[in-house]
Design a protein around this ligand. Sequence first.
Ligand code: UD1
Length: 343
Amino acid sequence: MQKDKYILITGGAGFIGSHTYVELLNSGYTPVIADDLRNSNRLVLKNLEKITGKTILIAEIDVTDFDKLEKVFEKYNFHGIIHFAAYKAVGESVKEPLKYYENNIGSLVQTLKLAIKFEVESFVFSSSCTVYGAPDDKNEVTEEEVQLLANSPYGQTKIIGELILRDFQKANPNFKMVALRYFNPIGAHPSGLIGEFPIGTPNNLLPYITQTAIGKLNELTVFGDDYNTEDGTCIRDYIHVCDLAKAHVKALEFGEKCENGCLEFINVGTGKGNSVLEIIKQFELLTKLKLNYKIGPRREGDVPAIYANTDKVSGLLNWRTEYTLSDAIEHAWNWEKNLQHEN
Ligand code: UD1
């Protein structure tokens, strides 16, 4: 019988982590979640079991707790690590920067310390397009264009995280490390059983739209329509969360092939930008609903327009999107409707 290929996924009960859990199982890995569920919901665990038909392996621990995390490493002979565990609310990070530095940097450092101790040399880091700050007029960013100053403490933790990986890999050249720079993940699993689970009022656009449409929120505010873009609203690269999840599997597979160690930073986006108003119109078209929205002032720290150059992710990881923007919006909406029956 083949030996289990255990993969540790810190923060595996979160939005991207839970979808990656499914894709890992689909690809023959055995994922083990380390997550204290502070930013997620038990329903995710129950539904992951429904989707996969397998009992979930989870350690309900704070990933910054070295001793508890060490016990998880002792229990499983990990083949690789995908490190998601981090806070991600940009606005909150401005108000409580230390909370972000402590958690996001702390969890990365503890995980890497244990990766050395237990010789788990394959590591995927959850980074973000926030490392690009505000791009120039071109708006399409390649991996070389990293800024050393992000727009928020949250963004800084991703830049610092990447710097830590650079230093770490120099000192431990056998490690195979990939930092995936996510653009804007949206959507939900096509089954409608897992999706984004914002605690409190959502910050991100898609959950705000679906919660407004279902009546949980009164009205969506579009943050500014006076940007230098075609319709005046900001442009982002929205990517289906299942496509993004699959990029993690590809990153692990890539790592397995670079025998002498490597460190790569790779954009994961569709390569296409859409404005806020385009997303709203697409939502209205697909659902045949009228969304209650108004135009408001700009949100501080928002970048006018950014989307991914995808040459590296398609060339190096042999990864392509499988879902369209419409799929992503439909799946997010199905998920929102299903959640209604849960409450
Ligand atoms: C930001 C970060 C991203 C991070 C994510 C985590 C940047 C460039 N991006 O994404 O790296 O992973 O937060 O949360 O720093 N919008 C509205 N009304 C709303 C909500 C959003 O108009 O109620 C607009 C925003 O102005 C923006 C777009 O929708 O133009 C997307 O916003 P959001 O979903 O919050 O993601 P980002 O800010 O792009």
